[in-house]
Structure formats: C-alpha cells, structure tokens
Design a protein around this ligand. Structure first.
Ligand SMILES: O=C(O)C1=C[C@@H](OP(=O)(O)O)[C@@H](O)[C@H](O)C1
Ligand SMILES: C=C(OP(=O)(O)O)C(=O)O
Length: 449
C-alpha cells in the first residue's frame, strides 16, 4: 500500500540464517538527478536501472508537468526528452512531491530561474519539513516564496525574471541545498559558486560535468568550493544507475545480526561521500568484505559480502563521517543494539529533520524493544545487548518514514520476540521490492492483522 493510503502493519519474526544474493534497486539520489538533468538537456537521455520507487516516480511526473517527455519503456528502461536549460514551462497544477525531500528541493532549484510561479506540496511528512534552507538561497537568484509558517509546504515560488548568479555557503551539511543552488545556477548568466564546509554527496557535481556543464570542485581551507558556469547546453546522456548503498545497508545489516547468515549484495556504489556506514560496520568488527572491486561509470563499485558477526563492539562514530552515512543511522542503531558496549553517534542533528525525527523515532522504538538509548539535540547512543540479546516484542511507529520502517523490520529478524511496524507503506518510496528481497533471503515478514 502506498505511503499515501491506508496503513499496512507488518510483523517481522526471528529469521533462520539469511542466505543468497540481494540485488537492490538503483540509487535514489542518482535516479532523481538523471530525470531532472535529462529534462534540462537538449535531446534524449536514456536511463537504465532507474529506481522505480514513489519518490522518483513523483519526480518523473514533475518533469512531465514542466514540459519534458518522460517515457518508461517495456524493458524497464526510461527515456527523457529534455527541453534545454531555461526551457521549462509553467505547470498547470500543483507539483506534488509525495514523501521526497530530494525531489521537492532539487525541483525548486531547477525551476527557480524560470519566470513563472510553481506551487509545491507533499505528504504529511514532507509538509512538516523545513524548506527555508532552500528558499533562502534561491531568493538570492531573484525568486520569491510564500509558504506556511516556517517555510513549510504547500509553498508557491515565483521564479526569477532576470536571474543573477549567486555565491552561497551552505549553513547545514546538505546535498539537497547544494544541489538546489547549482540547479538554479544552470539558468543564471555567469558563475554560481557554492561552498560547503563538510563534503556531502557529490552526485550533482559529477553528473553536471557528465552532461557537459563547466563545473570545478576545489578543496580549500573554507571547505569544498563548487563553481558552475551558467546557461550551458546540456548534452543528453546514456546513464546506467548504480545500485543504492543506502538500500544495500538493509540486507547487509540483517546478515550481520541474524545468526548463520551469509549474503552477497552485488554492484554497490562505494563513492566515498556515501559509503560511511560500511567503514563504520567494519570498525565495529563486522564480517563485511568488498569483493570484485571495480570502477563503473567513474564510480568505485564492489560486491558486498556480509556474514553473521557475533563479535561486533560499540564504537564512537566520528562526527565528520555523518554526511557520508546520514540515511544509515537508523539501521546502524539496530546493529549497535546487537553489538557489545556503547555506540555513540555525535554530529547528527540533521536526523531530526528527515522524513521523521529519526533520533526520536529510533530511540522510542528501540526502548520499546528493550534497548537503552540516550540522546541529545545532535547525538544519540545505543547500549548494545550483544548477539541475540535484544528482547523485541514491541510495535514501532514508522512515522511515514521508510528507513524507520525497514530498520525495525530488520530488528525483528534477530530479536527474541517479533517486532511489529505500524505502517510499512512508506518503504515503497525508496525500496519497493524490500519485502520480496528480504523474504527471498529467508526473512519472515508478514502483514499483521
Ligand atoms: O541529495 C540527495 O539526494 C540526498 C541528500 C540527503 O539529504 P540532505 O541534503 O537533507 O542531507 C539525504 O538524506 C537524502 O536521502 C538524499
Ligand atoms: C532523507 C531521505 O530522503 P528525502 O530527504 O529525499 O526525503 C532518505 O531517503 O532517507
């Protein structure tokens, strides 16, 4: 059931050893960007491996509403016939980005330097998330925005008539904010410069260069400085979307905590701006190896092999690693519950403004499962109970958040008693084949009555 429909409660019971190959879907961040940049290129971009999750499908709809031709072919490949930089037309209805922060913030950036108004909305989760972090820098290009209190959706943005290029330093570590500014800079004459103090995922920069834009990235004392020359003609691309490390995290973490497991997760992108979780798990003593390391489409890729790891120890996760694993803290907190000792995660304030307040959602659910969790505004810690030590036997609230729902279902696979999630619907936003894939490895997942 979709995240916009009736809740789908799910139960996860203690699993037999998980075994097999887990082919996770395409990368969500790269999928959004393939559609948006494809829509801004001149000619036809072809995409294979696109993630067909609700978030990305909402972005495809939005690109159609702005004038691009977006087609899904029978073999699962997609094509986007772009309108060129500056070529978007006024949509005749509200753009509904569903549950997707990436979708709405990147599209706001892409339309900001076009001379018309667009109204954005989303589901209850997205309508509660802060948009000022994007509308503020976009106002420097000449846009005006009218939203609900706190800059929340629904929000109407009136695009700049005569956009000017912008220099902007992001106040929070956010690839969405950085990307919104760069996408707006595409249709501003001159050079737009974004500085980020901490490096965040760099897919926009890499893909802009791939589409033929003039982009430079420099590491300086102030941070990473990205400069983009505006008003290029973007050239259509043939894109093979790599598999998503953030989705790979779930079968990997399940294998580490379910006794006797041995799972191969092939073809996972290990871009350093995304791979922080795997480094962390290895530091904890996880039996996680990289096999068949190679390069695909300019990105490091490997097959991940994860085996049951009874000797994992809690660690302090370096704060400077947070951006490279920001979406993986919920499932890390589950693994930490099955390790020995305390895992402490500082520098994670951003988790409070995701699809849910992820620190609170995990703390409340894990405590109900018998795990001790401490938290502050920008940190949390989990006191591990060792392999097979987590009582479980609780019902966790997903709070319209796919990563929270999946994390508690993983917890149930290794806890003493089943773990129920009140609504597994949101999982379809990023990992629509999660149930089948985990079931295929041997997980016991059922819809609850
Ligand atoms: O740019 C992106 O594709 C994303 C950036 C991150 O969000 P922030 O920019 O809010 O950190 C991440 O949490 C999200 O899942 C995807
Ligand atoms: C934070 C996430 O996504 P978004 O911000 O795109 O909603 C996520 O997928 O974990």
């Amino acid at each position: 059931m979709s995240s916009h429909g009736t809740p789908t409660p799910m139960i996860s019971r203690k699993a037999e050893p998980l075994k097999g190959v887990a082919e996770v879907p395409g990368d969500k961040s790269i999928s959004h960007r393939s559609l948006i940049l494809g829509a801004m290129a001149v000619g036809e971009t072809q995409i294979t491996g696109l993630l067909e999750g609700e978030d990305v499908l909402d972005t495809a709809k939005a690109m159609r509403a702005l004038g691009a031709e977006v087609v899904r072919h029978g073999d699962g490949a997609w094509s986007v016939h772009g309108v060129g930089v500056g070529g978007f037309g006024e949509p005749d209805d509200v753009i509904d980005c569903g549950n997707s922060g990436t979708g709405v913030r990147l599209i706001m950036g892409a339309v900001a330097t076009h001379p018309f108004a667009v109204t954005f909305t989303g589901d209850a989760s997205l309508r509660s998330r802060p948009m000022g972090r994007v509308t503020e820098p976009l106002s420097l290009f000449g846009t005006t925005s009218f939203g609900r209190a706190g800059g929340r959706l629904p929000l109407t943005m009136v695009g700049a008539e005569s956009p000017v290029p912008v220099r902007y330093t992001t106040p929070v570590p956010s690839a969405q904010v950085k990307s919104a500014v760069l996408l707006a800079g595409l249709n501003a004459p001159g050079v737009t410069v974004v500085t980020e103090k901490e490096a965040t995922r760099d897919h926009t920069e890499r893909m802009l260069a791939g589409f033929g834009a003039e982009v430079t990235v420099e590491d300086t004392a102030e941070g990473r400085v990205i400069s983009l020359v505006g008003q290029p003609e973007l050239k259509p691309q043939v894109i093979a979307v790599p598999r998503d490390p953030s989705s790979a995290a779930f079968p990997v973490c399940a294998a580490l905590i379910v006794p006797g497991s041995d799972v191969l997760v092939p073809g996972i992108g290990l871009n350093p701006t995304r791979a922080g979780l795997f480094t962390t798990l290895r530091e904890m003593g996880a039996d996680l190896t990289y096999e068949n390391e190679r390069e695909e489409g300019g990105e490091p890729v490997a097959d991940l092999r994860a085996r049951f790891s009874p000797d994992m120890k809690g660690i302090e996760v370096p704060a400077e690693r947070a951006a490279s694993m920001i979406d993986e803290y919920p499932v890390l907190s589950v693994v930490a519950s099955f390790a020995e000792g305390i895992t402490r995660c500082p520098g994670v304030k951003e988790l409070r403004v995701k699809e849910s307040d992820r620190i609170d959602a995990m703390a409340v659910g894990l405590r109900a499962c018998g795990v001790e969790v401490d938290e502050g505004e920008d940190w949390f810690s989990v006191k591990g109970l060792g392999p097979e030590g987590v009582p479980g036997g609780a019902r966790a609230e997903a709070r319209l958040d796919h990563r929270i729902a999946m994390s508690f279902l993983i917890c149930g696979m290794a806890a003493k008693q089943p773990v129920e999630v009140d609504d597994a619907g949101p999982i379809a936003t990023s990992f629509p084949i999660f149930m089948d894939l985990m079931g295929g490895l041997g997980a016991k997942l059922e819809t609850a009555g």
